[in-house]
Design a protein around this ligand. Sequence first.
Ligand code: FES
Length: 138
Amino acid sequence: MPVYSDKVMEHFMNPRNVGEIENPDGIGEVGNPVCGDMMTFYIKVDDNQLSDVKFKTFGCGAAIAVSSIVSEMAMGKTLEKARKITPALVAQELEGLPKNKYHCSNLGAQALNKAIDDYLKKPGKKVKSKKRRKDEKE
Ligand code: FES
């Protein structure tokens, strides 16, 4: 059985931002064909920033912890910064994942990115350039 960090266990036992957003601006759904786990992210975007992020995950404990931490990492970020959430950063934020569970962190980053893609596909939506977002803070 894999050994999880305290942070993984904490997010698995008390996942943040679980659920759906009513009338989301973007939805991203991914699945892992090998293990059969599914993850769906819902986002709300205001002025180029993620004002709400929720998820529904049917999967292993690591996938639930990954979803929870990704939702926290993405909340309040601009779309550009949210796109920079990589599986490696997710694993780091969770204080590590067992090697055989590393693929679970891919799902979180992929689902979030798909939700952002879904938002940007809608007419009239475009990521603002860095120049126009000079006032933006971390
Ligand atoms: S085992 Fe499939 S996402 Fe974790």
